[in-house]
Design a protein around this ligand. Structure first.
Ligand SMILES: Cc1ncc(COP(=O)(O)O)c(C=O)c1O
Length: 430
C-alpha cells in the first residue's frame, strides 16, 4: 500500500515536473521506429505517385503575343490551362499535397483533406488527393459556378457549400472535428511552393519562373530573362514563389502584382495596410474570379489568411473590374480561351507596353505572365451579357464593357492609352 502510494506520488510528480528522458543502457539500445513500416511505405508510394504526375505534366506551353501597336513588347503567356485539371492550380495543389505528406500532416489515417476554395484549387486538390487515395472535400461558396462544381466532382472530390465569407472557418472546423486535415491553401502556399533552382539534380525545380527561363532559352536559343513577371494573387503563392526565386538569384526581372478594383492586396503590398482591419464594407462582388482579397472576414495575415510575400513584389497595378471583363471578351474574340484573372494579367501587360512606348524607349522588352484558367468556366458569368448587366450596373453593364473593349482593342492595334481613355470615356465612378 505504502509502495503503491509512492508510485502514484512519483507519477503525479513527474507529470507536474515534465517529461522524462529515455536513458541509454547496455540492455536497451535507444533505437525505435518513429514511423511504422506500413506508414513509411504509404508515404513513399504517395510521393512517388506525385512525382510521376509531375513528370506527366511536363512544361505547360508558352504563348507568344506581340501587340501590333507595341512593336517593342513581346508578351509570353504561360498556358496553365494545358494541365490535366486545366488551371494554374494543378501545379499548386501538387505542391501543397507533396508538402503536407512530406511533413506528416496528411497520412494514411487522415479521414479527409478539406480546403476553402473558389473552385480551381478544389478541382486540382480533388485530382491530387484521389491520386493518393485520400478523400477530399472542397468547402465552396454557395453560388459557385456550376462548371467548377462539375470539375471538382469529376476529379473525385465532394463539396460543402456555405456563404462565401464562411469558407475558411467551415473548412478548418470540420477538419478538426473529423480528424481530417485543413489544407489552408491561403496560409500554407508559402510553405509549399518551391523557389529554388534545381542545379543538375534528378528532379527539376518546380518553380514556374524557372520553367519560363528554361523554355525561353530553348525558344530563343540564348538565355532570355523577362523584364517583367506579371501576375495576380489569390493565395499569393504563385507570385510570391516567383518573387522569391527572382530576388534570391538576383534576376533583373520586376515582379508586378495585378490586382482587382476592390481587393485589399494593392494597399497591403504597397503600404502594409489591412493587417489589423478587415475589408468588410470595402469589397464589392463579383470582383475577378479566384483572385484579390476581400471575401475573407479576417484582416490580411501572412501565413494564415494569405501567402502574399510583400517584400518580393516590385510594383502593384490595379485595373477596374469592368475593364477586366472587357479584356476577357477581347481575348475570347482573338481565340484565346481564358478567364478573367488571365485577362487582368493581360491588361496590366498591355499597360506596361504602353508605358514603355510612352517613355520613348527603343529597346525591346519581354513580359512573362500566366494564363490561369479557361474562359469556358465563365459562360454563365463573365461571358454572359445578362450577368454583366446585373453585376456591373454601376459601370454601365454591357454598354460600359463595350466602351472598355473599344479602348483595349484600339490600344492593341495602335498603341494608344486604353487606361486613361477608359477612365474618362466609359461610364461609372472609379
Ligand atoms: C483563376 C485564378 N487566377 C489566379 C489565381 C491566383 O493564384 P495564387 O493563388 O497562386 O495567388 C487563382 C487562385 O487563387 C485563380 O483561381
Amino acid at each position: 500500500m505504502k509502495n503503491a502510494l509512492l508510485v502514484l506520488a512519483v507519477i503525479l510528480f513527474s507529470s507536474v515536473v515534465g517529461d522524462s528522458l529515455t536513458k541509454i543502457g547496455v540492455n536497451k539500445l535507444a533505437d525505435e521506429d518513429v514511423i511504422s513500416d506500413a506508414e513509411a511505405k504509404w508515404r513513399l508510394d504517395a510521393i512517388r505517385k506525385l512525382w510521376t504526375e509531375r513528370k506527366r505534366m511536363g512544361h505547360t506551353p508558352l504563348i507568344k503575343y506581340q501587340p501590333p501597336g507595341f512593336p517593342n513588347t513581346i508578351i509570353y503567356m504561360k498556358n496553365e490551362t494545358a494541365t490535366p485539371t486545366r488551371t494554374l492550380k494543378h501545379r499548386f495543389a501538387w505542391a501543397l499535397l507533396l508538402w503536407a505528406i512530406t511533413e506528416g500532416k496528411v497520412t494514411s489515417k487522415t479521414s479527409a483533406v478539406y480546403d476553402s476554395t473558389s473552385g480551381n484549387t478544389g478541382s486540382a486538390e480533388a485530382y491530387m488527393c484521389t491520386l493518393v487515395n485520400v478523400p477530399y472535400i472542397a468547402v465552396v461558396a454557395d453560388n459557385l459556378e456550376p462548371e467548377k462544381v462539375k470539375q471538382i466532382e469529376s476529379f473525385g472530390g465532394k463539396l460543402k457549400k456555405v456563404p462565401v465569407s464562411q469558407r475558411n472557418k467551415e473548412a478548418r472546423e470540420t477538419a478538426e472535428k473529423t480528424h481530417g486535415f485543413y489544407m489552408n491553401q491561403f496560409g500554407n502556399a508559402e510553405k509549399a511552393e518551391e523557389f529554388h533552382e534545381s542545379g543538375n539534380f534528378l528532379y527539376e525545380s518546380t518553380n514556374v519562373f524557372h520553367e519560363i527561363l528554361v523554355q525561353l532559352k530553348q525558344l530563343n536559343k540564348i538565355p532570355t530573362v523577362p523584364d517583367y513577371f506579371i501576375h495576380n494573387a489569390g493565395t499569393g503563392g504563385t507570385i510570391s514563389s516567383v518573387g522569391r526565386y527572382i530576388v534570391r538569384y538576383g534576376a533583373p526581372t520586376r515582379v508586378v502584382l495585378s490586382d482587382s478594383q476592390y481587393s485589399l492586396f494593392y494597399d497591403y503590398v504597397l503600404k502594409g495596410k489591412f493587417t489589423n482591419q478587415t475589408g468588410a464594407g470595402i469589397w464589392k462582388a463579383p470582383g475577378v474570379a479566384g483572385i484579390g482579397y476581400g471575401y475573407d472576414v479576417k484582416p490580411v495575415i501572412y501565413g494564415e489568411t494569405t501567402s502574399l510575400t510583400r517584400n518580393v513584389i516590385h510594383e502593384a497595378v490595379k485595373m477596374p473590374d469592368i475593364a477586366t471583363v472587357a479584356a476577357t471578351r477581347v481575348l475570347q474574340e482573338k481565340g484565346y480561351n481564358f478567364g478573367p484573372s488571365t485577362a487582368l494579367n493581360f491588361l496590366v501587360a498591355l499597360f506596361k507596353a504602353y508605358q514603355h512606348k510612352a517613355s520613348k524607349s527603343t529597346e525591346n522588352q519581354t513580359i512573362a505572365t500566366l494564363g490561369n484558367d479557361p474562359g469556358d468556366y465563365y459562360t454563365t458569368t463573365y461571358l454572359n451579357n445578362t450577368w454583366v448587366d446585373q453585376k456591373f450596373a454601376d459601370f454601365g453593364g454591357v454598354q460600359g464593357m463595350n466602351c472598355w473593349k473599344t479602348q483595349i482593342q484600339n490600344s492593341i492595334d495602335t498603341g494608344s492609352d486604353f487606361y486613361t481613355k477608359g477612365l474618362t470615356l466609359c461610364p461609372g465612378e472609379y
